[in-house]
Every structure is written in structure tokens, then in C-alpha cells.
Write a protein that binds this ligand. Structure first.
Ligand code: NAP
Length: 308
């Protein structure tokens, strides 16, 4: 099968750090163009708008949309309407409704839409899911604490409405949780801490439960300096399971479980190629739904101003 002609849109941090190397290592794709207002990619055709790119290069089959979520819907709408397969960076949109609209549009245009959740492809996530599938769960605890100044310096969009604030990394934890839990969970109460000069939270505390009453507590905080923590602990009658470092390592009762080496973005592109070849979409909004629920149900409190 000839490679899928791919274009990347929104050449910024994640495009450079992950998309470009992963595409290079995947023979199913040939990166032939980029569209970005300021960024460019060496060795391929570069455009400042998607419209000019599609006009000049009708052979483009698929696009990866790597701009911030508040600007992704218009780009996705334009690409799907032009008959291109679409890879959406996480979160798939700024609202649930726009993602539903894109899902329908993809059906009407017979293209594949992939709402990617990179953390679900972390090396130890499948092993955690299999362990929990046959265990009796007692409770779960997510601790996702990192230093925003280190990971998101001067990213204004992330602090604006729709940028999600601490849920930008927190949604990665929720994407793992919704994948590994054998039963659905939902939020019962939440506290969101907003810096008084920002529109998005710097910390969030979520109390969730499953239908069968298993409590799940999630703590997200962007004010963490020193050791960074991205861990999910689940107590079960078969022992304590800990997913460490964003899902890359797993221990059960303190013993490490061997997992295959896997790059999250290499696995995402492998999945995208399969979806295109099978003419299917994958649009799971469960992680984004929890974030929306937290904003709807959560108590909003204002804390000290945050400046980069
Ligand atoms: P970024 O570097 O701040 O932005 C990516 C690019 O989007 C920018 O370079 C810019 O390119 C374009 N862009 C910015 N504002 C725009 C606007 N108003 N309209 C259209 N394009 C705009 O962000 P990022 O860190 O790569 O994150 C992008 C997405 O990837 C987010 O949804 C994020 O959650 C996700 N993600 C990020 C990471 C990470 O480590 N950073 C990890 C996983 C997923 P031009 O100015 O050239 O148009």
C-alpha cells in the first residue's frame, strides 16, 4: 500500500517534540507539507494557512492538528470538509459539542477522525488494564502534580478559557483512568483553584465514584516544584497496583511488572494508519466529559495570582 500523504498543522512544541520524529519512523506515512502561521518544517512544503496548502497540494490525504484546543474545531472542520482524514491532538476540542459535530461530519465525508489520547499508549497502561479486569477494586488515587513554569512556559492559551489550565495534563490521567477502570466513574464533587488573574485552574481536587461505589480521588496541581508526580494507585483485594510516571511503569504490591517498550506517539501513528486503512474513526470523549463535569459541578475558588 502506498504511504498516506500527511500534513502537519500548527508547528509548535508537541509537533516538534513528538509528531515529527514519530512520523519519520513510520513507513505508513509520508510527511509532505506543513501549515503554520509562524512555524516551518525543513525539507517539505510550508504554508501559512491550510486553505493555501490544500489548494497547492490536493494529494494530501490526512492532517495532524497540533494547535491549542480553542482553535482546533475550525481547522478540523475545514480539513474534514476537504475530504482529509484528521488526527486531533488532545484534548480533541474546547467543547463536547464541537467534537460531536466533527464526529458526524467525518461520517458524512467518509473520512477517519482520530481523537488521540497519548497517555493511553504509555508502556504500562495495557498491563494495568488487564490486572484490573480480573481484580476486585477497593479505591483509586490519582496524583498528577507538576511545575507549570517548567512544562508550559509562556503558553498564554493554556490559561485562557478553553485552555483547561491544570486539566491540560490532568486530562492525561483521566484518559488512563477511563481506559483501565473496569466500570465507569463519575464526579461527585470537585474543587477548582483559579489564580485571580487567570481564566483556567492551577489546581483541582476531584472526588469520583463508580456505579458500584468504588471511590476515586484525583489531585491535580501545577505548583509542584522538585519531584514531579504522575501516578495512579489502585487498591484491590489482589494487592496494590501503582502506575508510575504517567503510565510508563507498573508495580503490583511493590514488585515491578515487565512491560514492552513503547513510544506513545509511535503507537498513536500506528493506530491512525490502521483507522485510515479500515475507514474507521476513534472519538472517545470520556476524558473531556469528566473535565466538563468538573467545571460544571466543581466549587470555584480564587487563589494567589500566577505570573510566568
Ligand atoms: P504550542 O506550542 O503553544 O502551540 C502549537 C502551535 O499552534 C503554535 O506553535 C502555533 O503555530 C499554533 N497556534 C497557536 N495559537 C494559535 C491560534 N490562535 N490559531 C491557530 N494556531 C495557533 O502548544 P503545544 O504545547 O504544542 O500544544 C498543542 C496541543 O498539543 C495542545 O492541545 C496540548 O494539550 C497538546 N499536547 C502538548 C504536549 C506538550 O508537551 N507540549 C504534550 C501532549 C499534547 P503558528 O503560530 O505557527 O500557527
Amino acid at each position: 500500500m502506498p504511504p498516506i500523504n500527511l500534513a502537519i498543522v500548527g508547528v509548535g512544541k508537541i509537533a516538534r517534540d513528538q509528531h515529527l520524529p514519530s512520523i519519520k519512523g513510520n513507513p505508513d506515512f509520508k510527511l509532505i507539507a506543513a501549515a503554520s502561521r509562524n512555524g516551518t518544517v525543513d525539507g517539505i512544503a510550508n504554508f501559512t494557512t491550510m486553505k493555501s496548502m490544500f489548494e497547492a497540494m490536493p494529494e494530501i490525504d490526512a492532517v495532524s492538528l497540533c494547535m491549542p484546543p480553542q482553535f482546533r474545531y475550525e481547522a478540523a472542520y475545514e480539513a474534514i470538509s476537504a475530504g482529509k482524514h484528521v488526527f486531533l491532538e488532545k484534548p480533541p476540542g474546547a467543547t463536547l459539542s464541537e467534537v460531536a459535530s466533527l464526529e458526524q461530519l467525518a461520517i458524512e465525508n467518509s473520512v477517519s477522525l482520530f481523537a488521540s489520547w497519548h497517555s493511553r499508549y504509555a508502556a504500562a497502561v495495557e498491563a494495568a488494564k488487564s490486572f484490573l479486569a480480573s481484580a476486585t477494586l477497593q479505591n483509586a488515587h490519582i496524583v498528577w502534580k507538576e511545575d507549570v513554569r517548567h512544562w508550559h512556559p509562556n503558553q498564554d492559551w493554556i490559561w485562557q478559557a478553553g485552555g483547561l489550565g491544570v486539566f491540560d495534563p490532568g486530562i492525561n490521567a483521566l484518559s488512563i483512568l477511563t481506559h483501565i477502570m473496569p466500570t465507569p466513574v463519575f464526579i461527585k464533587s470537585a474543587t477548582l483553584e483559579f489564580p485571580e488573574n487567570r481564566q483556567a485552574p492551577i489546581a483541582a481536587d476531584l472526588k469520583m465514584t463508580s456505579a458500584s461505589g468504588i471511590p476515586v480521588h484525583a489531585e491535580f496541581d501545577w505548583r509542584q516544584t522538585g519531584k514531579q508526580t504522575w501516578d495512579i494507585t489502585v487498591a484491590t483485594t489482589d494487592g496494590q497496583m501503582v502506575l508510575v510516571d504517567g503510565g510508563s511503569k507498573l508495580t503490583i504490591d511493590g514488585k515491578s511488572v515487565e512491560v514492552p517498550e513503547q513510544s506513545e506517539y509511535a503507537a498513536l501513528y500506528h493506530r491512525f494508519a490502521n483507522l485510515i486503512n479500515e475507514r474507521r474513526s476513534d472519538v472517545d470523549i470520556a476524558p473531556l466529559r469528566h473535565v466538563a463535569d468538573a467545571f460544571m459541578l466543581g466549587e470555584h475558588i480564587f487563589v494567589e495570582a500566577f505570573n510566568d
